[in-house]
Design a binder for this molecule. Structure first.
Ligand code: ADE
Length: 310
């Protein structure tokens, strides 16, 4: 038996990689489309000063049970002369954010994206207990959940990417150093903007759910099933605070005024969208403890798909 055939892709010895073109710019570096032998891969190239993030992201990808259809597949990490590389599976369609800028989506595409995205998030958040011969998977909070960090596969199912800020919660252990104000401002839950977060596992998972609500809203804004006009793509709160909001802008809007992205009356004339909008409002509730879990969003999307996609 060829030992390579039985090895997961992430453990294959590294082969030479040819960088082809830049596909995305992130906070920590650039993402390139590249070739590893005949396979397409994505390479995130980070400067040495981001070594902590490079190490943290690998550590998350290397946790037990991280191979999942709705989590970006890790291939490997390398140190180069000039910078640090993180190699993953490549997805031609790129991020959900980019896709929604250029495309509207049908109701059944929306259902698939929302169902698979929430499935990935539920899996990330889930803790798998260890047992005889099986390793445990800790609950993981993403902490930078947004449409740029959700990638679309060729079949329009979603996978979650970018674990540079993720935190794992091992039972009985502290999650390690956690400074509160991390992630992307626009997607920050009111309790982070307020600086009032507790350092408990469930508090972090609820912060991801707030951001998940905003991403679900982005899907709804670009859905062609609405009976009425479809607006150009806008980021959450772009209408309210523009492209470069300050922390103060968002504190005023999200904490003080308790504003959320606007829900158009005509969207609610579609039974499926109406049900989804109720779930979105339960994701971004001001009261973190009232928010729905990722598993619950996933179950509801599953049911919506089965009842309204016939
Ligand atoms: N943009 C960011 N990560 C990517 C990936 N893995 N594939 C395609 N586009 C990306």
């Amino acid at each position: 038996l060829d030992p390579e055939l039985s090895m997961p892709e992430s453990l294959l010895p590294h082969k030479p990689i040819q960088l082809l073109e830049i596909r995305a710019h992130g906070r920590f570096g650039e993402v390139w489309k590249a070739k590893m032998e005949e396979h397409d891969v994505a390479v995130k190239i980070m400067p040495f000063k981001e070594k902590a993030s490079w190490l943290a992201e690998q550590e998350i990808y290397n946790l037990p049970h991280m191979a999942h259809d709705n989590i970006l597949l890790f291939v490997g990490a390398e140190k180069h002369e000039e910078n640090l590389w993180l190699i993953t599976q490549f997805h031609e369609k790129g991020s959900l954010c980019e896709y929604l800028k250029g495309n509207t989506i049908t109701w059944s595409q929306l259902c698939k994206m929302a169902e698979t995205m929430s499935r990935g998030l539920a899996y990330l958040h889930d803790e798998i207990p260890g047992g005889r011969g099986t390793e445990a998977k800790p609950a993981i909070a993403h902490r930078d959940f947004k449409s740029k960090n959700v990638l679309l596969k060729d079949d329009l199912s979603a996978c979650i990417a970018d674990f540079g800020l993720a935190l794992k919660f091992e039972p009985g252990k502290s999650p390690g150093e956690t400074h509160g104000l991390v992630g992307t401002r626009r997607y920050m839950a009111p309790e982070i903007l307020e600086g009032a977060i507790s350092f408990k596992r469930d508090a972090f998972l609820r912060i991801d759910m707030y951001a998940c609500g905003l991403v679900l809203w982005e899907l709804v804004t670009r859905c062609s099933c609405v009976d009425g006009p479809i607006d150009e793509y806008q980021l959450p709160f772009e209408e309210e605070v523009g492209s470069h909001p300050t922390l103060e802008d968002l504190q005023d809007l999200v904490v003080m005024k308790k504003v959320r992205p606007s829900i158009k009356e005509h969207w609610q004339r579609h039974a499926g969208l109406d049900a989804l909008i109720s779930t979105i409002e339960e994701c971004w509730d001001q009261d973190a403890e009232a928010r729905v879990s990722a598993v619950c969003v996933n179950e509801r999307m599953n049911q919506l798909t089965r009842t309204l996609n016939v």
